[in-house]
Ligand binder design. Sequence first.
Ligand SMILES: Nc1ncnc2c1ncn2[C@@H]1O[C@H](COP(=O)(O)OP(=O)(O)OP(=O)(O)O)[C@@H](O)[C@H]1O
Length: 259
Amino acid sequence: MRGEPVGDVVVDVHGVHKSFGPLQVLRGVDLSVRAGEVTVILGPSGSGKSTLLRTINHLEKVNRGWIRIDGELIGYRGSRGKLYELKEKEVRAQRTRIGFVFQNFNLFPHLTVLDNLVEAPVAALRRPRAEAEATARRLLERVGLSDKAGAYPRQLSGGQQQRVAIARALALEPKVLLLDEPTSALDPELVGEVLDVIKDLAHTGTTMIVVTHEIGFAREVADTVVFMDGGVVVEQGPPAAVLDAPRHARTRAFLGKVL
Ligand SMILES: Nc1ncnc2c1ncn2[C@@H]1O[C@H](COP(=O)(O)OP(=O)(O)OP(=O)(O)O)[C@@H](O)[C@H]1O
């Protein structure tokens, strides 16, 4: 959170390239996020924001460059073209250190809210169920949904489902939380309740990378605002610098459109 002391680098992205067939989506992205920092990524549709988050979470493999999470490499292609990759088991272990919140919540529909939060810690981290349940109830309280523990996702509003999804991501005690347009699938009146939860996490030092079009949120919460265009980071810096005095015409054009 802005103004707070920040710690070691948690996410380190270096020279990452990613193509889908002939389409070059990431063309040499560098990004570094320190413990306790909130980075907000802005950019036009198709600029590669989601793809970047997905490579950080190892949902997509990089073609070139490397990514370190909390100091550990998660797969890269070296300068001589040799591909170093983690085994599937290691990838799964790495993913438990990264929380991911999707645009469309992606809750398990057949599980109750409580079980949505308990399933991964028990299955992936082998936590005793009672311990995972205690953590889950604490997290549900934190996102204001203690009374919904026994409900199923379909019985909740979109805003409530997204708050559950955030709590579920936190249940693994990740080193970093990645949020991919967490409010863009919501009705406008539900956006505020989800942003409030994210702001609360920022205030308490959760390391986050948030892709969003909510400029006001970026201004209020971000330590660093990153502007992406055409698969590269065009601009990054404190919110006041990027949002109020952008150096690049592409950033100015984008902000002119969204403001
Ligand atoms: N799995 C995939 N296969 C093929 N093309 C893909 C795949 N994923 C993304 N793309 C393409 O990569 C480009 C960048 O997509 P990405 O979702 O990263 O952009 P974005 O900046 O997040 O856009 P938006 O703001 O619309 O979500 C788009 O042209 C998209 O169609």
